[in-house]
Design a protein around this ligand. Structure first.
Ligand code: GDP
Length: 297
């Protein structure tokens, strides 16, 4: 569907006079194509603009090596710059979960994949790090969501906090903390309620839960296919709640991954994991290389 960026740039450079180094004009022409490719990959306009400008400064005057064409050279510079932007601090996928029991707060909009991701992450912590995990659903308005977490817990062999009817989210969070301490759990995960859109009531509720839980990690789960909406959601949650990382779901879909770049550039928060399907094992550490390749097509 998308023309490969390398091929497209190859065409551009064929029309230019080749010299020993990349001229300002060469780079400008090539970067116009790069900008289009970024926009097609659903990177937001201001982010694409800033990114291209940074690359332009880096690329101008670079010697053209004989082994690759000028087009390929610009693609390489762009690729490296994408990796730089996408790479967060520290090891990707690493969570601060020392000092048991460590609370992890899961936040996001309804349908983004929050409950599924909570269970996937619990399974990962159990299987890969040998952690004892307790999960609790705080979605008191949707009994089905609470049930869903309990069902997933059984499926993956992770305990869930028993459901008590009529309890509010803050009370559930407190009970989860007590049970996690008394039961010798390493981690307890709080799956907060989602709404179809951000509203004041949702934010107040999540804020109240955050205040009692004092989470070590607050992970925002967002649908990676929603592009700019995902970035706005991240910005809102970060401003209001303060997130420590992002999980992009549905990256098994045919989106081009531009949301990841915008997300990093706008919020500065690391993308820790990506969801790659509905199965409980379909959660992977975020790999900048893979997304960079996908964005460039
Ligand atoms: P929540 O409302 O945010 O808790 O969303 P759910 O966890 O209930 O997920 C909504 C739907 O998205 C479910 O059918 C999940 O199986 C599906 N889902 C979640 N993560 C992924 C993913 O990474 N890829 C795909 N293809 N589907 C996902």
């Amino acid at each position: 569907m998308f023309e490969n960026l390398s091929e497209r740039l190859g065409g551009v450079f064929d029309r230019l006079t080749k010299q020993g180094s990349l001229s300002d004009e060469d780079v400008k022409t090539a970067l116009r194509e790069v900008r289009v490719a970024l926009l097609e990959a659903d990177v937001s306009l201001p982010v694409a603009r800033d990114f291209v400008k940074a690359v332009q400064d880096k690329a101008t005057g670079q010697a053209v090596t004989k082994s690759i064409t000028p087009g390929q050279q610009v693609v390489k510079i762009v690729h490296d710059a994408l990796i730089d932007t996408l790479t967060g601090e520290g090891e990707p996928g690493a969570l601060k979960i020392d000092n048991a029991p460590a609370p992890i707060l899961m936040v996001g909009l309804q349908g983004g994949g929050k409950t599924t991701t909570t269970a996937k992450l619990a399974k990962r912590l159990k299987d890969r790090e040998g952690k004892r995990v307790l999960m609790a659903s705080l979605d008191v308005n949707r009994p089905a969501a609470m049930e869903q977490l309990a069902i997933l817990g059984k499926q993956i062999g992770v305990d869930t906090l028993p459901i008590v009817k009529g309890e509010d989210p803050v009370a559930i969070a407190k009970r989860a903390k007590t049970q996690a301490s008394m039961g010798g759990y390493d981690v307890y995960m709080l799956d907060t309620a989602g709404r179809l859109s951000i509203d004041e009531e949702l934010m107040q509720q999540v804020e109240a839960v955050r205040n009692v839980a004092n989470p070590r990690e607050t992970l925002l789960v967002v649908d990676g296919l929603t592009g700019q909406d995902a970035v706005h959601t991240a910005q809102n949650f970060d401003d209001r709640i303060g997130i420590t990382g992002v999980v992009l779901t549905r990256m098994d879909g045919d989106g081009r991954g531009g949301a990841a770049l915008s997300m990093r550039a706008v919020t500065g928060k690391p993308i820790k994991f990506v969801g790659l399907g509905e199965k409980m094992d379909a959660l992977e550490t975020f790999e900048p290389e893979r997304i960079a390749g996908r964005i460039l097509g």
